[in-house]
Each structure stands twice: as structure tokens, then as C-alpha cells.
Design a protein around this ligand. Structure first.
Ligand SMILES: [Zn+2]
Ligand SMILES: [Zn+2]
Length: 256
């Protein structure tokens, strides 16, 4: 009787687990077999990966050099690492993810970012920063949205780096705060917007002295936010600040 009951229980667990996992690719609907996420291997392979980019701000370029903006005025962060162009379908996934924290495709996008991060530091012969700071949301936005999408990406990237590359990573969301809301910026003139974003973040100096940190964001649209958060962290004593982002837009206007 007992083996029979055990078998029935196991079947129930199997059925239940199966119902939690997607059975077909969310893009092409082909059956998922060994894929560890919502997309099949073919659809993951066809995502718009960033191949050549500016070595500082990651804006897409035809070769791995420095863009004109970074040559004229280098950003405050050391470098931005992004995995994808902000193009279809990555832009749609990121937009959906801002309102739905259970957007399953984000797991595979974060794994690709983690791989890009690991490769970049290995090739540059630099140690990977071990302190990750999810880009903070203003508290009003956080209350409205209910979650910080950058925190979820940080968790996924950290889990992947710990598991696949044995990197010691700590996520710190207590170091930095956003004190000016992003939406308010649209109401301001370009000049005021730049002044406003420059003062958007404050960071606490405790435990930051000399640390190499990485700020995680979903998409780097301009260098302005990345510059501003890096400036606050450097002022609070960080040795250097890198930006890790799922996607990078192809424009680079720091005043927007
Ligand atoms: Zn597919
Ligand atoms: Zn650049």
C-alpha cells in the first residue's frame, strides 16, 4: 500500500511542478525540453546581443573603442557592462517586467548579463566588484510599484555568478537612496533636468571606503542616471563604480 501511496504522491508533485514551469517557449511556442527558462535555446540565441560598444558607457559602436562623448568628457563611472541592445524583444520584456515582477524571461536575460560581466572582467584582468547596489527607486515610486526591478535583476545576477563562477557577491540596498523622482524630470527644462539628476542620489559613507561597487539597472537609456549614482557613491568613498545593465540604448545624450 505504502509504495502505491508514495507513487501517487510523487506523481502529484511531478504534475504540480510541471504546471509551474512553462511547457512551451513564450516566443515561438516550440516545446521546452531542457531550457532552464521561458525561452527556447533558439530564441535565446537570436536575442539582440551587444557585440561591439564604447569601452566606457557601452553605447553600441562599430568597434570596441571610445565614443565621442566619453572622449570629450569621460563619465564618473569606470565602465558600463550591458548584455543587449535595447531592441525588440528585449525592450518589450523590460517594459513588461517594470509592471510584472514574475516576467519569466528576465531570468535568462540576467544570466546572459552575468556571463557578459564574468567575461569582461576576465578579459580586462580586473577583479569583479563584489558589492552590488540595485539602482534605488524613489520611495514614492517604490510604494506605487511595490518592487524594485533592479533588485530582482541583482539577485538573479548574483545567484548566477555565485553558482557558475564562485564569485563572492553581496547585495547592498542600504547604501544609496534616490531623493529626486525620475518623473519630475520631464517637467523641467533640459538644463534644470541635468542639475536635478545630478543631485538625485545620496549615499552613506559607512562601510563604503575603498570598495569597488557595481550598480545594477534594467536599462541604461542615457549616461545621466549612471553618472549621478556613481558620483554619489564616489563622494561617499567608493574606490570605483561600474554599471551593470541588461540593455543599452543606442543613443547617448547625457542631458536627457
Ligand atoms: Zn523559442
Ligand atoms: Zn562612451
Amino acid at each position: 500500500m505504502r509504495p502505491l501511496l508514495n507513487r501517487a504522491a510523487n506523481n502529484l508533485v511531478k504534475q504540480f511542478s510541471h504546471s509551474l514551469l512553462p511547457s512551451s517557449c513564450s516566443f515561438c511556442q516550440s516545446p521546452l525540453q531542457l531550457s532552464a527558462g521561458a525561452l527556447c535555446h533558439n530564441c535565446v540565441a537570436e536575442l539582440p546581443r551587444l557585440t561591439t560598444q564604447c569601452q566606457r558607457c557601452a553605447v553600441p559602436l562599430v568597434s570596441d573603442t571610445l565614443c565621442a562623448n566619453c572622449q570629450q568628457k569621460p563619465p564618473t563611472y569606470r565602465r558600463c557592462i550591458a548584455a543587449f541592445h535595447y531592441q525588440t524583444p528585449v525592450d518589450n520584456i523590460i517594459l513588461r517586467f517594470k509592471s510584472d515582477p514574475y516576467t519569466t524571461e528576465i531570468k535568462q536575460l540576467s544570466a546572459a548579463l552575468a556571463e557578459r560581466i564574468s567575461t569582461t572582467y576576465r578579459l580586462a584582468q580586473q577583479p569583479c566588484p563584489e558589492t552590488i547596489i540595485p539602482l534605488p527607486l524613489h520611495w514614492l515610486k517604490m510604494t506605487k510599484r511595490g518592487f524594485n526591478q533592479s533588485h530582482i535583476i541583482s539577485n538573479l545576477v548574483a545567484d548566477y555568478l555565485r553558482r557558475e563562477h564562485h564569485t563572492a557577491i553581496e547585495i547592498r540596498s542600504d547604501i544609496c537612496r534616490r531623493i529626486i523622482k525620475g518623473q519630475d524630470q520631464h517637467l523641467l527644462s533640459a538644463k534644470k533636468r541635468l542639475t536635478s539628476i545630478n543631485k538625485a542620489f545620496i549615499a552613506q559613507a559607512q562601510n563604503l571606503n575603498g570598495l569597488s561597487v557595481a550598480v545594477v539597472d534594467d536599462v541604461v537609456t542615457t549616461g545621466a542616471t549612471a553618472n549621478s549614482v556613481a558620483k554619489a557613491l564616489l563622494k561617499a568613498g567608493a574606490a570605483q563604480v561600474d554599471i551593470w545593465s541588461i540593455a543599452r540604448t543606442s543613443w547617448n545624450n547625457r542631458t536627457v
